[in-house]
Design a protein around this ligand. Structure first.
Ligand code: 13P
Ligand code: SF4
Length: 311
């Protein structure tokens, strides 16, 4: 007999077909969502995929800025998100009006914004980046160019250190990645001396410095797939472990805990708001729909397109 979980999955697949929808998921989504998605990726791959899909409906199983980016790239498509409350503390750390004032106070700078921003912040941006392409894009700017980077100070500091570019940083951070602690990772390293350390660049500088690999979710996955080690300490949101384990069944992945969370995994509660039941509901009801004010979307499109051209 069909279990309730299987019945829910079948209903999602039936609705997806009926609506012609494409289900996209970020690597931090719950396992059951990653399992049912048509496409899983990091922020860059999700934007690239949205830009080229023919599907009339995109369901973005991720957070709100990912839905907004898809909507800006595909204004004629319906973009749905299973839970409208799935925001991002990093995007929220950058108020559009304050960011506009910051930009205005520093004329002559090229404004580089992380994709983890609202459409309104992107509208004040020259070029958008993700953690997967930030280094390449900053390196493509003429030497000596004055750069403002926002909102993530940890990613900005990392890019500045690897490119040697002087960057004026917005003082923002992600509440998940900013909560990893060097001490806990060093303790884990003592217990697992052969383990390599995989760090997302939204983590603080001391963690970046002890990493064997600093990279976007997709880059960390690729490193784990191709690297010969058998054990890894994973310093990013724990949802990524599902795809890591799937891609490397013989390896061991140890999630680093948050500094204040005992031995619990570090999770993004916004990413985890999306559930299979909400995915079913949003496909069935055609809501919540991600909408972007057309004037803001028109201004935000160019810096996103520049990013895609350079990726
Ligand atoms: P990636 O682009 O590396 O997938 O990161 C997105 C994100 O929100 C990290 O917290
Ligand atoms: Fe935003 Fe951090 Fe969650 Fe990523 S992990 S979506 S940066 S709050």
């Amino acid at each position: 007999m069909e279990t309730p979980a299987q019945a829910l999955k079948d209903e999602i697949l039936r609705l997806k077909k009926e609506k012609g929808a494409l289900i996209m998921a970020h690597y931090y989504q719950r396992e059951e969502i990653q399992e049912i998605a048509d496409f899983i990726g990091d922020s860059l791959a999700l934007a690239q995929q949205a830009a080229k899909t023919d599907a009339p409906v995109i369901v973005m199983c991720g957070v709100h800025f990912m839905g907004e980016t898809a909507k800006i790239l595909c204004p004629d498509k319906t973009v749905l998100i299973p839970d409208a409350e799935a925001g991002c503390s990093l995007a929220d750390s950058c108020d559009p009006e304050e960011f506009a004032a910051f930009v205005a106070a520093h004329p002559g700078h090229t404004v580089v914004s992380y994709v983890n921003t609202s459409a309104a912040v992107k509208a004040h941006t020259d070029i958008v980046v993700t953690s997967g392409n930030a280094r390449r894009i900053v390196e493509s700017l003429p030497a000596g160019e004055k750069i403002i980077f926002g909102p993530d100070k940890n990613l900005g500091g990392y890019i500045s250190s690897v490119t040697g570019r002087d960057m004026l940083l917005w003082d923002g951070a992600c509440h998940v990645h900013d909560r990893f602690s060097l001490e806990k990772v060093l303790e884990m390293k003592k217990e697992h001396p052969g383990a390599k350390v995989l760090v997302h660049p939204e983590c603080r500088r001391p963690l970046q410095l002890v990493a064997d690999k600093v990279g976007s979710t997709a880059a960390l996955l690729e490193f784990a797939r191709t690297d010969p080690a058998e054990e890894y300490i994973v310093v990013t949101e724990s949802g990524i472990l599902f795809e890591m384990q799937k891609g490397c069944p013989g390896k061991r992945f140890l999630p680093a805990p948050a500094e204040d969370a005992g031995c619990r995994c570090n999770e993004c509660e916004f990413m985890k708001l999306n559930t299979l039941a909400k995915l079913r509901d949003c496909l069935r009801d055609g809501m919540p729909e991600v909408k972007v004010d057309p004037e803001t979307a028109a201004k935000a499109l160019r810096p996103i397109e520049r990013m895609l051209e350079l990726s």
